[in-house]
Design a protein around this ligand. Structure first.
Ligand code: GSH
Length: 293
């Protein structure tokens, strides 16, 4: 490796894997897929078994579960098991069987006669919304608009997380070219949301939907100053409509609960490492578990 990491790089004719090259994620990711060790996934008593971590992609699903339960859907009870991606849990054989892409969140729906695996957060959100007939219109233009924004999120957030967040916060040193490129794109995306939210309450129109639940953990948390320590750098307060929308969602009790599930950072009273019943929010947050030790 060069002494000066900012030197121009001439790619070799065939790329080879170098464990040292990847910064924070370099020790985790490899250029190959598949399981790295044998480990079955635990199974609890509820119809839905979620294997996740409270990153933005993980929060989407726990927010939807908590919203379904808050709306009275008692059939949406779930066990949320912790997958520590920094400890490589996502490469165990059981997790890979649930999601061959080795990324959280992964859901196993055991409500029917055979377990059904569901992976990719948007697929999980659609699966649950359709199962319970909530937070996604059943047909017509309103459904199309909600899906437009759900898939906008799936296409856009990798530029925010894998692009901006990676190079601004995680890369081993700061490089101007990728930071400029992904900052520009992130700000463009915030402007897209800001313009749309100027004349509608929720991103898909008149109703709160899985599109809001998918977008908020990324772009809502970003403008609320919770991602990448980048609020000033991105001048997030200039996106006034996004901020208004983000604050309204942030005030929802179910969103607060969803954010706590599988969370391993921040104040101990906001961390519920595993969730197996609604009572766990009262009795099993980390502050209480650690005080009882
Ligand atoms: N498109 C996927 C992205 C999931 C994803 O990137 N998950 C990250 C955490 S936010 C992960 O599990 N990373 C672990 C790894 O890369 O090994 C989804 O929306 O479900």
């Amino acid at each position: 490796m060069s002494d000066n990491p900012q030197d121009e790089y001439t790619p070799p004719s065939v790329w080879t894997y170098d464990e040292e090259n990847g910064g924070t994620w370099g020790s985790i990711n490899r250029p190959t897929a598949g399981s790295r060790f044998e480990r079955e996934l635990p199974v609890g008593q509820h119809p839905f078994q979620l294997y996740s971590l409270a990153t933005p992609n993980g929060q989407k699903v726990t927010i939807l579960f908590e919203e379904l339960l808050a709306a009275g859907e008692t059939g949406a009870e779930y066990d949320a098991w912790l997958i520590k991606i920094g400890d490589l849990d996502q490469f165990g054989s059981g997790f890979v069987a649930a999601n061959p892409n080795s990324k959280i969140p992964a859901l196993v729906d055991r409500s029917g006669s055979e377990p059904v695996r569901v992976f990719e957060s948007a697929s999980i959100l659609m699966h649950l919304a359709e199962k319970f007939g909530r937070f996604l219109p059943a047909s017509g233009p309103a459904r199309t608009e909600a899906l437009n924004w759900l898939f906008w999120q799936m296409g856009s957030a990798p530029y925010l997380g894998g692009g901006f967040g990676h190079f601004y916060a995680y890369a081993p040193y700061k490089m101007r070219y990728p930071i400029d490129r992904f900052t520009m794109e992130t700000k463009r995306q915030l402007d897209v949301l800001d313009r749309e939210l100027s004349d509608r309450e929720w991103i898909a129109g008149a109703d709160y939907s899985i599109a809001d639940m998918a977008i908020w953990p990324w772009y809502g948390n970003l403008v609320l100053g919770r991602l990448y320590d980048a609020a000033d750098f991105l001048d997030v307060t200039s996106y006034k409509n996004v901020l208004r929308w983000a604050e309204v969602i942030d005030a929802r009790e179910a969103v607060n609960r969803g954010r706590m599930v599988n969370r391993v950072g921040g104040p101990l009273e906001t961390q519920l490492h595993e969730r197996h019943s609604a009572a766990d929010f009262e009795t099993r947050t980390q502050d209480k578990l650690e005080a009882a030790e």
